[in-house]
Design a protein around this ligand. Structure first.
Ligand code: ATP
Length: 313
């Protein structure tokens, strides 16, 4: 087949702890990542030209080689030059449903979808492991986006261990349209303010990872104990983003003042999410917070937690 359509689900962070600096200059992290049903759509086809072309009508999505989906396509062309020569260039149409620069890994999900789509379109027969290795070359969140689910991610975020399945829960996402937080800014600011507390030795890294993987949140996830899960959400980056982005802090305060299972900023923000047992509760709280915030700039999404990554449709 010469064309494929794929869904690229976003993610939220149920847990994000920054442990220290790595020799490669990235942070050593322990995260619990969770897929959501809200997804971009990627349509991919062989163009017969010698170019990679991106089509997307979202004003914040770049159409050039800085687009992560473009980088994923380029990587496939570089790794498989003969197949590329045979099939020709790639047209990528991105229908953006995930908010951009929101802490939901939208660009990473698009890139993961391109890897899966090109693998199918070019009949490469790559295994999941081979796709994971290519994904890790492109960015830290991209390996997770391939398979999705509920996962502990360590290292830069590319080492993955599945820990359960929470696709019975609902989530409200809220984000101001005009606020975007740069992920590099959030991590650099954290380093400036908190590097004194960084762990430096590999044993220390291992100890922290073990503490999370045998800890209360992972146990609550395994037991599907939703109220416990909600009370154990954690994100180190809130310490730098909330004081600098009053809109994010306000959303967090609003969600904290009403009944939810738990609320937290996702990744480097600015999206704030809250968890619920049912869609009705999620819809009701989204409505309430929309009224109490009273700011048309703030957008809300109600979606479900998901147990899958990239899907061919
Ligand atoms: P993460 O949670 O992985 O940090 P994010 O959700 O915060 O990601 P993205 O939506 O991936 O952030 O966008 C971050 C920046 O990347 C945007 O400002 C945009 O310019 C650029 N970008 C590159 N490729 C894409 C893409 N395919 N979709 C959206 N943004 C992209």
């Amino acid at each position: 087949m010469q064309s494929y359509s794929l869904l690229a689900p976003g993610k939220i962070n149920l847990y994000l702890e920054i442990i220290g600096d790595r020799p490669d200059g990235f942070h050593e992290l322990v995260m619990i990542l969770q897929s959501i049903e809200l997804a971009d759509r990627i349509d991919i086809k062989a163009s017969g030209t010698q170019k990679i072309t991106i089509y997307c009508d979202h004003p914040q999505v770049p159409l050039d080689e800085t687009n992560l989906a473009y980088k994923a396509a380029l990587l496939m062309c570089e790794v498989f030059p003969d197949v590329y020569a045979n099939y020709g260039g790639i047209d990528l149409r991105i229908t953006k449903n995930l908010p951009v620069a929101a802490g939901l890994a939208g660009g990473s999900a698009d890139a993961a979808a391109v890897l899966v789509g090109v693998n199918l379109m070019w009949n490469l027969g790559l295994t999941q492991l081979e796709l994971q290795e290519l994904a890790a070359k492109l960015g830290s969140d991209i390996p997770f986006c391939l398979n999705g689910g509920t996962v502990i991610a360590t290292g830069r975020g590319e080492k993955l261990d599945e820990i359960g399945c929470l696709d019975n829960l609902w989530v409200v996402l809220a984000k101001s349209k005009t606020t975007g937080v740069s992920t590099p800014w959030a991590y650099q600011t954290y380093r400036q303010q908190y590097s004194d507390s960084y762990i430096t030795d590999p044993d220390g890294f291992r100890h922290r990872r073990d503490r999370v993987s045998t800890g209360a949140l992972v146990q609550a996830i395994a037991a599907k104990d939703s109220s416990k899960i909600g009370g154990l959400l954690y994100n180190d980056l809130e310490k730098v983003v909330l004081p600098n982005y009053p809109q994010v802090e306000q959303l967090k305060t609003e969600f904290s003042s009403i009944e939810t299972l738990g609320t937290m900023m996702s990744g480097s923000g600015p999206t704030v999410f809250a968890l619920f047992e049912t869609k009705e509760q999620a819809d009701e709280v989204a409505k309430q917070v929309k009224i109490s915030i009273g700011d048309p700039d703030v957008e809300f999404w109600v979606t479900k937690l998901a147990s899958n990554g990239i899907q061919v449709i």
